[in-house]
Design a protein around this ligand. Structure first.
Ligand code: NAD
Length: 256
């Protein structure tokens, strides 16, 4: 039977402290999965972990920087040690680029965006794939962006990382599809999270400016991205492979 019942499954979610990552962790736990929560910020992580038991599931919080190779390897292996398996991964940790033209973007900023948004996804998949093989298959969702499918002025470095996530997703997916591991990406539009608060400045004018990009006339909710990740990982998305799913309120479709 086709189901979103994740009972006895284990999900590994990066950037799980706030925003889309926290909503995804809670959605997977609501669906029955035990959840490994990875974030660089311990306080946020502990708050997400505190909310998980309300779903009846277990949380395994791990403080780690996804750009640190040994920390990511240790996070994946401690999840397998704690829960005995890994079935799903949502590689969501990411950082934004304050609007800056490319010729004014510092190389340190470029390097950090690449390290977290691109190398972080590479390192996570590098260790998740063998763990999923051990578990007999699985599903991975990587967070790209609308900036992964269109160019955005002032976002060249961020867009480079998010286009890169899609190329990496599509290629890795082909390598492991025959082993029962499905890899896909999600490209969210403007989602109301701490990241979007920083990006918009959080002022009424800043919020209006980003909402103006959305044909639906509002920001998306983190739960509306979490549900897409849940669908992609569940049997409902069982034939989705190597796909970049745009969930953006129409933001990137055209001129409205
Ligand atoms: P957010 O900043 O609100 O939350 C990001 C989480 O990742 C936090 O818990 C943070 O502590 C953690 N994190 C940051 N750097 C980390 C690192 N190096 N190692 C481990 N954890 C780290 O972000 P969000 O808005 O929830 O975005 C989540 C993902 O979705 C990101 O990849 C982002 O680029 C992408 N995205 C967001 C939007 C949006 O509108 N919010 C749109 C498109 C794509």
């Amino acid at each position: 039977m086709i189901t979103t019942d994740f009972t006895d499954k284990v999900a590994f979610i990066t950037g799980a402290g706030v925003g889309i990552g926290r909503a995804t962790a809670l959605a997977f736990a609501e669906a029955g999965a035990d959840v490994a929560l990875v974030s660089i910020d311990e306080d946020d992580l502990n708050e997400t972990a505190r909310l998980v038991p309300d779903t009846g599931r277990r949380a395994h919080p791990i403080v780690a920087d996804v750009s640190d190779a040994s920390a990511v390897q240790a996070a994946v292996s401690s999840t397998a040690d704690e829960f005995g398996r890994i079935d799903f991964a949502v590689n969501n940790a990411g950082i934004e680029q304050p609007p800056t033209p490319l010729d004014e973007t510092g190389q340190d900023d470029w390097n950090r965006l690449i390290a977290v948004n691109l190398t972080g996804v590479f390192l996570a998949m590098k260790h998740e794939i063998p763990a999923m093989r051990e578990s007999g298959g699985g599903a991975i969702v990587n967070l790209s962006s609308g900036a992964g499918v269109v160019g955005i002025s002032g976002q060249a470095a961020y867009a480079a990382t998010k286009h890169g996530v899609i190329g990496m997703t599509k290629s890795a997916a082909l390598e492991v599809a025959a082993e029962g591991i499905r890899i896909n990406a999600i490209c969210p539009g403007i989602i109301e999270t701490p990241m979007m608060g920083r990006f918009s400045g959080g002022t009424p004018e800043g919020r209006a400016r980003v909402i103006a990009q959305e044909p639906v006339g509002r920001m998306g909710r983190p739960e509306e991205i979490a549900s897409a990740a849940l669908w992609l990982c569940s049997d409902l998305g069982g034939f989705a492979v190597s796909h970049a799913l745009v969930v953006d309120g129409g933001q990137t479709v055209g001129i409205s």
